[in-house]
Ligand binder design. Structure first.
Ligand code: ATP
Ligand code: MG
Length: 407
């Protein structure tokens, strides 16, 4: 049997980027031989094994053929006769279809190296269209390598467009889609992911609620960039610049969905968009089965981001309601993430990226003030049950009034 490094490890070494995980392909071996060598089988779908010591993935060389809709609709063929070239041709991008032996000899039948130099994300063969997940993968790689100057080859974008129009994207499972989306959002240029999806028509299929934001104007006084879609991309870009976690990035992407529902006669104003957007945010959350913390933050940021921006003008009672809605006493971290999302929203406006955001510290101070209300003295005064709850709220309100006067 012959063993080669493939995929990302080869690509990233040639790009001079640190390699984190290594994928291997094994040519000329059978499952029985792998098992005899101590490899552990994984994955019900394909003949993939884990190395007994390193735990890295070793896949038998295989060919694939489409036999039905979606990811399940694949038949594969793995046997010792399958060549390296045959295995490489089923891969998504030319830059991912190179292999390397232990002497660093490159096998590059589909000119991945040439495309690395040309900074092009190009599909290997027309079979690209057989797995719709590749649309998301290419958009993710575009986001990851945007800083290096990579773009999607026009003919690949065209294939992605055909795939998006074919209805195949609907066959993706939420789990597979979310894995790509969440990884893409964590890249340094997550906005490129959305841009590429939009450019090939996939955004309209996957997240029509986000797609609908493009072409929707906002008041120029607050939003010099005017376009709501452009604003959303900038907010996402700021979130990456400020190294925000996935929860915040997800909330940033979805915070303004309500603006896509505003009747044109009301443009560029978006009355109550925060509230109107909630059902859309919920729908996107559920479509991709986003993790609970992402779902929750997106809903809260959607509903309350304008409160965040108006923090300094809020009455103490409104401020208290905001803190209660976030259960800031038990969930301080979630409130921090809300503040971060609001700040990214404010910075994601053309020409205002550097403007300070005093609301952030003000909100933190308010949370601290409300949190310092001690329960013990109220218990000692004999408050119980719902009365105790009311008493705590009264004390918190007092604390917030004092805070507002003192700031
Ligand atoms: P990363 O740095 O994100 O791990 P990678 O290119 O190694 O990037 P993997 O998901 O680890 O990506 O997959 C390893 C290789 O397997 C890819 O480089 C590609 O050749 C191939 N591959 C993975 N998923 C697909 C797919 N859906 N369609 C075609 N080829 C794929
Ligand atoms: Mg990999």
């Amino acid at each position: 049997m012959r063993i080669y490094k493939v995929g990302g490890a080869v690509r990233d070494r040639l790009l001079g980027i640190p390699v984190t995980d290594i994928d291997w392909v094994v040519v000329g071996a059978t499952t029985e031989e792998m098992l005899a060598k101590g490899f552990r089988p994984v994955g019900a779908d394909f003949p993939v094994f884990l190395h007994p010591k390193s735990g890295e993935e070793y896949a038998l060389a295989r060919t694939e053929r489409k036999s039905g809709r979606g990811y399940g609709g694949f038949t594969f063929h793995a046997s010792p006769e399958v060549t390296l070239e045959e295995d490489l041709i089923r891969r998504d991008l030319t830059i991912n279809a190179m292999a390397e032996d232990d002497q660093q000899n490159l096998t590059d039948p589909y000119h991945g190296q040439r495309d690395l130099e040309a900074r092009l994300l190009r599909h290997v063969s027309p079979a690209f269209a057989e797995d719709p997940l590749r649309v998301l993968r290419v958009a993710r790689f575009a986001a990851r390598y945007a800083a290096l100057g990579f773009t999607v080859a026009p003919e690949t974008l065209e294939l992605m467009r055909q795939l998006s129009e074919s209805g195949e994207l609907e066959a993706l499972t939420p789990e597979r889609s979310w894995k790509e989306i969440s990884r893409a959002l964590m890249e340094d240029q997550p906005q490129v992911f959305i841009e590429v999806l939009r450019a090939c028509g996939a955004l309209k299929v996957l997240m029509p609620e986000v797609d609908a934001l493009f072409g929707v104007p906002q008041p120029p006084a607050h939003h010099p960039e005017i376009d709501t879609g452009a604003h959303t991309l900038s907010v996402l870009q700021q979130a990456a610049l400020y190294k925000q976690p996935l929860t915040v990035r997800w909330a940033c992407l979805l915070h303004d969905l309500g603006k896509g529902l505003t009747p044109e006669e009301e443009w560029p104003r978006h009355i109550a968009h925060e509230f109107k957007g909630l059902k859309l945010i919920k729908a996107v959350n559920e479509r991709f089965k986003a993790p609970r913390d992402c779902q929750e933050l997106a809903m809260l940021v959607g509903e309350y981001h304008t409160h965040g921006h108006r923090a300094l003008e809020l009455k103490p009672s409104t401020l208290l309601e905001l803190l209660q809605s976030f259960d800031v006493y038990r969930r301080p971290q979630r409130f921090e993430e809300f503040i971060a999302a609001c700040e990214m929203d404010a910075r994601g406006r053309e020409g205002l990226e550097e403007r300070s955001y005093p609301q952030a510290d003000y909100l933190r101070g308010a949370a601290t003030a409300a949190r310092t209300v001690a329960v013990q003295p109220l218990l000692e005064k004999g408050f119980k049950g719902p009365e105790l709850g009311e008493a705590i709220k009264r004390e918190r309100l007092k604390a917030l009034k004092a805070y507002k006067e003192q700031v």
